[in-house]
Design a protein. Sequence first.
Length: 439
Amino acid sequence: MKNSKYIYTLLTLVCFSLGIAQQTPAPEQTRDIAIVGATAHIGDGTVVENSMIILSNGKISRVLEGNNNDGLGLQSMDVIEAKGKHVYPGFIVANGTLGLVEVDAVKASNDLSELGAFNPHIRSIIAYNAESKVVESMRPNGVLLGQVVPRGGRITGTSSVVQYDAWNWEDAVVKMDDGIHINWPNSFRRGRWWLGEDPGLKPNKDYAKEVKELTDYFNESKSYNKGNKPEVHLPFEAMAGLFDGTKRLYINVDDEKGITDAVNFAKSQGVEHVTIVGAYEAHKVADFLKNNNISVFLRRVHSRPNNEDDDYDTPFKLAKHLVDAGVLVALEPSGQMERMNSRNLPFYAGTTVAYGLSKEQALQLITSNPAKILGIDDRFGTLEEGKSATLFISEGDALDMRTNKVTHAFIDGRQLSLETHQTELAKRYSDKYNIELKD
């Protein structure tokens, strides 16, 4: 009994120490702010040289070109001189898990997945930790918004979209319960070497059975939501948005056959909004995706090819193939260490430039395109009048890790602190060892 109390107390202290990591969120905007002289990357492919962007009451009120500021009343504003710098919309992490896990080894800080195969009613937003040290560390790279996605099971749960400067999940939420995520059955599987099977790829003999289980679940959900509902069934209730068009279906699938089957499945179920996640072989069915108006969250760019006979640079050039085919594409960071790698989102986009996309096309992969897919493009994703003042200023090209140095960042017009746990440690130990920190 004493040991149980000791363990409980220790866990409580650990959780408490994790929960107070973040500095106080920025206060509301009280004065108009003018960003003057920067090159503005609008996020829709447009670039405005020598721009003037005015932020008022948390929104972008003006986007101008040149020095014509007659009648604007700059003397009553906070003016940020940004000549030679660049302004970008806040970058958006699609299909991320930021805020759901703080320390993998501490079970009490891990809300990544739930038990069971069919969990559409599991809402990631409830578990989102707005005071995460990991979330805080995204902002110095311009990553200001993200989709919080649960993992595990056949239907993993319901995601939401948040901004990365808040007291709690209620303050953080940008779009509540935007969609439901499923893991499509694998049409091929590797042999289980520990059971003496050939470790090579082979057809999954249970594929048809697993697809039927998913089909039956969708059919039962539709029947429930059309009926009188004598008893409340939370999982089926959560599925309703897929059939009335208020939620998007995100399907995790990589192979060509799986992508085709998944899209046909969604169409047969009457699901209007569908996004393929991962999509490693999407370039093989790009025309099919375009014709069916299917968007893609493309797997992490900095990864290795899946197959022995793939080109070494296949992951680097997938975005180019899909963009050229007219598919709506956004980048996502999932995979090993995905939470930490979310801060590298702009550099994933930068790699696609080296493999064929223009810089403004690559920028769209992490700004306007994910905003469109997530259904928040009326407020975020581009630097346009009337939209949220969620943006940042960089001294250089934000898609290049050598030059991206964020000097100012704003969410809804609130100027953020760019201090993080890492910068605090850097200052602490540079003082200890008398090391001068370089910019």
